[in-house]
Design a protein around this ligand. Structure first.
Ligand code: NDP
Length: 230
């Protein structure tokens, strides 16, 4: 029998992160899913049903001391997949003319700097040839920005894409690196007007993540595995 695959999913409490965890469990993976704090979330309920295969860890990715503490706790552990799902938006979608410096910095730090810090720290816990992915967005595409709305969020995902591209120049020869654009999905962030339900997209999302295994270098893909314009 082949060895059970293992994944570290950062930001698994709800929404797309939770769904990725659930889908991986259904596909026979062993999963470590992280939540931000002590409050009980939907992933805790899932862990009760999958005690052998789902473990819950804690990290707020904007806190470097928490990243370091998680790194210590997972020292010596090896994963086939690291996927950083955590992300936010500025809830009132202020334009650059309206947004406070504090809010702008908060979104940039959460969506750009922090996921990359996680990737920098935990890639060595991914076996060579494994996959290191981050949830980006089609809104991170500079080339496809015709409408200009959600400008703070867009800027944060574009910066994330650029940072991952620089990371790929350093480490892409050893890993399959992925920036994923999941589509507009009904979650707390996506809202109720979004085009797709989680159920409609999750198989394609996980198929595309898992299809990267054994590859090398960086891809920016939609959930069908089609390249997104940078
Ligand atoms: P949700 O708002 O439902 O979930 C966001 C997740 O990120 C939660 O698990 C949340 O944890 C976690 N998170 C936020 N900030 C931090 C932090 N500082 N440290 C650790 N975890 C954090 O959003 P979605 O499921 O929709 O979004 C998931 C990802 O997909 C995001 O990166 C988003 O940008 C991206 N995306 C979503 C789209 C959509 O249409 N829904 C479209 C394109 C991209 P907690 O519960 O503790 O808040």
């Amino acid at each position: 029998m082949s060895k059970q695959k293992s994944a570290l999913i950062i930001g698994a409490s709800r929404g797309l992160g939770l769904a990725i965890v659930q889908e991986l469990l259904e596909r026979g993976w062993k999963v470590t899913g992280t939540v931000r704090d002590e409050k009980r979330t939907q992933v805790h309920a899932l862990a009760e049903q999958h005690q052998e295969h789902l473990e819950i860890e804690h990290v707020d990715i904007t806190e470097t001391n928490q990243i370091a503490a998680l790194k210590n706790r997972l020292s010596g552990r090896n994963f086939d997949l690291l996927f950083v799902n955590a992300g936010i938006t500025n809830e009132r979608y202020e334009t650059i003319g309206e947004v406070s410096t504090e809010e702008f910095v908060h979104v940039m730090v959460t969506n750009s700097l922090s996921p990359m810090r996680v990737v920098e720290q935990f890639t060595e816990n991914v076996r060579l040839g494994g996959t290191v992915g981050i949830m980006s967005s089609g809104q991170g595409s500079v080339a496809d920005n015709e409408k200009g709305e959600f400008e703070v969020y867009r800027a944060s995902k574009a910066a994330l894409n650029m940072l991952m591209r620089s990371f790929a120049a350093r480490r892409g020869k050893d890993y399959a690196l992925l920036l994923l654009a999941p589509g507009w999905v009904k979650t707390d962030m996506g809202g109720s007007n979004a085009k797709f339900t989680i159920e409609e997209v999750i198989h394609d999302i996980v198929d595309t993540i898992l299809a990267q295994e054994g590859g090398r270098g960086l891809q920016y893909l939609d959930r069908f595995g089609k390249t997104v314009r940078w």
